[in-house]
Write a protein that binds this ligand. Structure first.
Ligand SMILES: NC(=O)c1ccc[n+]([C@@H]2O[C@H](COP(=O)([O-])OP(=O)(O)OC[C@H]3O[C@@H](n4cnc5c(N)ncnc54)[C@H](OP(=O)(O)O)[C@@H]3O)[C@@H](O)[C@H]2O)c1
Length: 340
């Protein structure tokens, strides 16, 4: 049998600000034989997520920090090529934290088999993966939108935000997006059905909210934190719900940023600010997948995917996430899809 070579990215240094290509080291090594209770996965798609940058810090987040010299952590989807594990067989499509590498050996922890739906394979890392589940449970379980309410979504042109806004429309909300380019703003209003969008790089978010949220804000799905969160806090209604999904505006800073200056408004308005992590909803995933598959088939929910070809380009692609240069869910294609 031919010897498999595993090409992988390992963490070489902890970035002080933006990550750089030099923070990663390219390593090539032989794939070792699997042992009883293990299986070998050939990764096909790697998901690039803002949390990748957070995991490079020395401080733990909801997961421990990636150690220097360790394979860079990342969600990936692949095909089982060999197995000595009772729960996984060759040919199975699986996903989990399989890392920035071509081959992963797993004993099954945190890896699940993918039930195929009539969507492209990479959508199992986006719409039907952790991205779709984040938008679905973050909005519906934490934000609890009610028909007729006003929902504001930041990073609205991104993977999670674009889905959260569309789910808000399905639930009968007035949806206002905040995004960093005219292209993203016209995509969410033109194709996705948002009621309005504010380009935060072009003008004042406060003025945009004043104009597009005449009845105030009932639910804010926050993907960015920072000044945007502060701006929205000025417009919240009584009993508003602020869904703390992510704070991408501060992922590239090593030091903690000051809190929002309008936080006291949460007292005045008896508002609720609540964080969540998608993995908490693992047991309820099917609930979300059933709805998302149906809504997608009915044309009520759309998504964009941005595929970067080649694992060697993963570090440069990660930088694009923070510059807002990608279009929709960003994935790296590592190897060919298995035939169905
Ligand atoms: N809680 C959870 O379990 C969970 C799970 C998955 C993701 N998340 C969070 O959800 C958020 C969105 O993730 P995603 O995968 O969908 O990424 P994404 O929105 O596709 O990409 C990130 C976007 O953030 C925007 N951005 C970057 N730097 C910014 C800044 N300084 N200020 C304002 N906007 C900035 C950029 O869009 P613009 O062009 O609009 O600037 C960029 O495209 C992230 O915060 C992520 O950590 C949370």
């Amino acid at each position: 049998m031919s010897v498999r070579v595993n090409r992988q990215w390992r963490l070489a240094a902890r970035p002080a600000g933006e990550a750089a290509a030099s923070d990663f080291q390219w390593v090539e090594e032989k794939v070792r034989p699997i042992e009883d209770g293990e299986f070998l996965v050939r990764n096909v798609y790697l998901s690039l997520d803002p949390s990748n940058r957070v995991w490079m810090n020395a401080a733990p987040s909801y997961l421990p920090a990636v150690e220097i010299g360790e394979v860079m952590r990342g969600f990936a989807l692949g095909v089982v090529e060999e197995s000595r594990h009772d729960g996984f067989a060759p040919g199975d499509i699986v996903q989990g934290l399989l890392g920035w590498q071509e081959y992963a050996i797993s004993a099954g922890a945190g890896v699940s088999r993918v039930a195929r739906h009539p969507v492209p394979l990479h959508a199992h890392l986006g719409l039907l993966g952790h991205i779709g589940l984040t938008a679905y449970f973050g909005l519906l379980d934490v934000g609890k939108p009610v028909s007729g309410e006003t929902l504001v979504v930041s990073a609205a042109g991104g993977a999670v935000g674009s889905l959260a806004g569309q789910i808000g429309k399905i639930k009968g909300c007035r949806v206002v997006g905040i995004a960093g380019s005219d292209d993203k703003c016209s995509w969410v209003t033109g194709e996705l059905g948002f009621d309005a969008a504010i380009n935060y790089r072009k003008g004042s978010v406060v003025r945009g909210l004043m104009r597009h949220c005449p009845s105030g804000v009932d639910v804010y799905f926050d993907n960015v934190g920072g000044d945007t969160l502060d701006a929205v806090l000025r417009f919240i209604n009584l009993k508003a719900r602020i869904v703390l999904c992510g704070m991408v505006a501060q992922y590239n800073t090593a030091t903690a940023l000051p809190g929002p200056s309008y936080l006291a408004n949460a007292i005045n308005k008896r508002a609720r600010l609540e964080g969540f992590i998608v993995t908490d909803y693992h047991d309820r995933a099917q609930e979300a997948v059933d709805d998302l598959v149906r809504w997608n088939a009915q044309g009520k929910i759309k998504y964009r995917i941005d595929i970067v070809d080649g694992l060697d380009r993963a570090p440069e692609a990660l930088l694009r996430l923070f510059r807002g240069e990608h279009r929709g869910k960003l994935v790296v294609k590592i190897s060919d899809e298995p035939s169905r």
